[in-house]
Design a protein around this ligand. Structure first.
Ligand code: ZN
Length: 68
């Protein structure tokens, strides 16, 4: 797919806009259109879902070990 698009979230905490960049920009640095911050595009393609860096916590609950 030549028209593959990578979605990355702007690292600027005050911006956090989702940037859609072509796959050819992998490993390069692009600029956020909103805040002009430099965004590093990861080499490895992320999953299609534009999820934040926080992993899904609903799957695995931290073990409630009762320490007696
Ligand atoms: Zn931004």
């Amino acid at each position: 797919m030549p028209s593959e698009v990578i979605r990355v979230i702007c690292p600027n905490l005050r911006c956090r806009s989702i940037l859609a960049v072509p796959a050819m920009t992998r490993g390069k640095v692009v600029r956020c259109r909103k805040c002009n911050a430099r965004v590093k595009i990861p080499l490895v393609a992320t999953s299609a879902a534009p999820t934040p860096a926080v992993p899904a916590a609903s799957n695995e609950q931290p073990g409630e070990e009762e320490k007696v």
